[in-house]
Write a protein that binds this ligand. Structure first.
Ligand code: NAP
Ligand code: GLV
Length: 307
């Protein structure tokens, strides 16, 4: 198995050492040291080299992240399997971040931090978790995982996806026809959708207006899904009480962007979750072995649906 890796050099060094233990038969090359291009079986990258046609024996392209929208599919052979990253380290990171953000919003931490800045000692009634309705847009590998601890904490949980789901303790809403009903019962809305033609710009004024007044947003999907001005308008009008935003377009934001200092908005620099080198390598190897045994891989992108 010949693997060409083209991403962060530090992770490449860790993978090279781990591979020597876990798959000593593997040949691991790090971009730009491609060796004989025709001998490369698997390419692992955030962005592949411009011309992949030189890799005449290529069997699959693996994304180093959960998203695979960054690839120019027109430049890839139509039958080449493209695989996104599903691995426990990346999933745990997202579970931690979303749980932290939901609890922070549920316990009104943006409001209390503002009070602290103004030296105001003022308690507000606390709402029990069972009365807080949490809605997750995108119930895939990550969306399903973040719902589990939220159900355990007692939140009233729902998910919205393209196809209906059956998850204990989670009300399922599916497709455009059920989006309005899902939004109407989401006090805390979490976006974990992939970026596709259908989800670009989805977090906009029309969507915010369908949420209960005073709802909150956690945006951990992709930057292009969120209309910044519409979010600011919704926060300033009180339609939304607070937002936690991890992904933006562009990244990083310009220095004078209002998100940096809006009192009701917490901004993080696209750190909600990252693939962890060891568990990600184990997941990659498992997928390659599945492929070589003729079994289906986890996370193969369906090009026609866009994720
Ligand atoms: P996934 O397993 O592919 O799940 C995607 C979910 O979105 C599925 O439930 C899918 O519905 C649903 N969906 C897609 N298009 C839809 C539409 N038009 N309407 C309704 N539902 C739709 O993806 P994942 O691994 O959970 O990752 C989700 C996204 O998280 C990634 O694509 C990436 O953008 C983002 N992410 C962000 C970070 C960060 O650090 N901020 C880290 C990792 C990932 P079906 O189940 O019916 O197909
Ligand atoms: C991060 O955003 C990823 O796609 O893994």
């Amino acid at each position: 198995m010949n693997i060409l890796y083209k991403s962060e050099p530090e992770r490449g060094r860790i993978w090279a050492a781990l591979l020597a233990e876990l798959a000593p038969e593997a040949v691991f090359r790090q971009w730009p040291d491609i060796g004989e291009a025709a001998e490369i079986d698997y390419l692992v990258a955030w962005q592949p080299p411009e011309d992949v046609s030189v890799f005449t024996g290529l069997k699959a392209l693996f994304s180093v992240g959960a998203g695979a929208e960054q690839f120019d599919y027109a430049a890839l052979p139509p039958d080449l399997p493209v695989v996104r990253m599903i691995e426990p380290g990346l999933t745990s990171g997202m579970v931690e971040y979303v749980t932290f953000a939901v609890l922070g919003l549920h316990r009104e931490m943006p409001r209390y931090l503002q009070q602290q800045r103004n030296r105001r000692w003022l308690a507000h009634p606390a709402m029990p978790a069972a009365k807080r309705r949490v809605g997750v847009m995108g119930v895939g590998a990550l969306g399903e995982a973040v719902l589990k601890p939220l159900v355990q904490l007692g939140f009233d949980c729902a998910g919205w996806s393209r196809t209906a789901k059956h998850i204990a303790g989670v009300a399922s809403f599916a497709g455009a026809a059920q989006l309005g009903a899902f939004l109407a019962r989401s006090d805390i809305l979490i976006c974990l959708l992939p970026l596709t033609a259908a989800t670009e710009g989805i977090l906009n004024a029309e969507l915010f207006s369908q949420l209960p007044t005073g709802a909150s947003l956690i945006q951990v999907g992709r930057g292009k899904q969120l209309n910044h001005q519409h979010l600011l308008n919704a926060l300033d009008s009180g339609q939304l009480a607070a937002a936690v935003v991890d992904v933006t377009e562009p990244e990083p934001l310009p220095e004078d962007h209002p998100f940096w200092h809006h009192p009701a908005l917490w901004l993080t620099p696209h750190i909600a979750s990252q693939a962890q080198p060891e568990s990600a390598l184990r997941a990659l190897l498992e997928n390659i072995r599945r492929f070589e045994r003729g079994e289906p891989m986890h996370g193969v992108v369906e090009r026609e649906r866009g994720y």
